[in-house]
Design a protein around this ligand. Sequence first.
Ligand SMILES: C=C(O[C@@H]1C=C(C(=O)O)C=C[C@H]1O)C(=O)O
Length: 245
Amino acid sequence: MERKVKVAAVSYLNTKPLLYGFREHPVLRNMELTADYPAKIAAQLIDGTVDVGLVPVAIIPKLKESHIISDFCIGAEGPVASVCLFSEVPLKDIKRIFLDYQSRTSVALLKVLVREYWKLDVEFVETTGDYQHLITGTDAGLVIGDRALEQRLISSFIFDLAEHWIRFTSLPFVFAAWISNKPLPIEFIQQFNDANAIGLNNIPAVVAENTYGPYDLTVYYTKNVSYRLTPSKRQGLQRFLAYLQ
Ligand SMILES: C=C(O[C@@H]1C=C(C(=O)O)C=C[C@H]1O)C(=O)O
């Protein structure tokens, strides 16, 4: 490839370990990196503004061409902490759920759990800007990312979507994966994966440069988010995509 590969990453704390190793890495000679919230990155990969994105897996069916180019992802093998349904009442009493405009996968996952697992009769409400303050009474809200880690300190009830998916299916979950919308040179992919691994092998250093009060990032990076796209995660991904058809 003559021109630089355009790569878009998620701008949340969950992605810091994956991006840590890119600084001063030779792969940067061949790529340019931007960051945004997941729904934006999905739109950029679909419309071709970028070549690679850490995109919500729920948009895979919307891509004409897609290649998972990495064995690293944003996944979970237990509670993920940052993708939760928050409420002031138990599940059975929830009447409406505000959906997170920044998310694609978790919105789809929530709908699968509501329909197939919890079997709730609720109304979904789209959002376009801040809505967390509307989580009161029988109105619940799906919140993802750093804002979810902050909402944990506020809401009375927290339903972790990864934890409930695992109870439902006995399979781990993948929220986002590095996906390209065109074939890329193998040398680039190897360098790209090498850069991803550096931060994961240096979690204390990643934590040390991110001061964050609301949640323990060592726990988040080592116990909650699970970054390896293992065969069982791929199985969980296939199972999830089958629900979206
Ligand atoms: C674990 C998370 O996974 C994310 C959830 C996504 C989604 O719902 O579309 C997309 C990317 C990930 O950042 C999180 O954001 O907290």
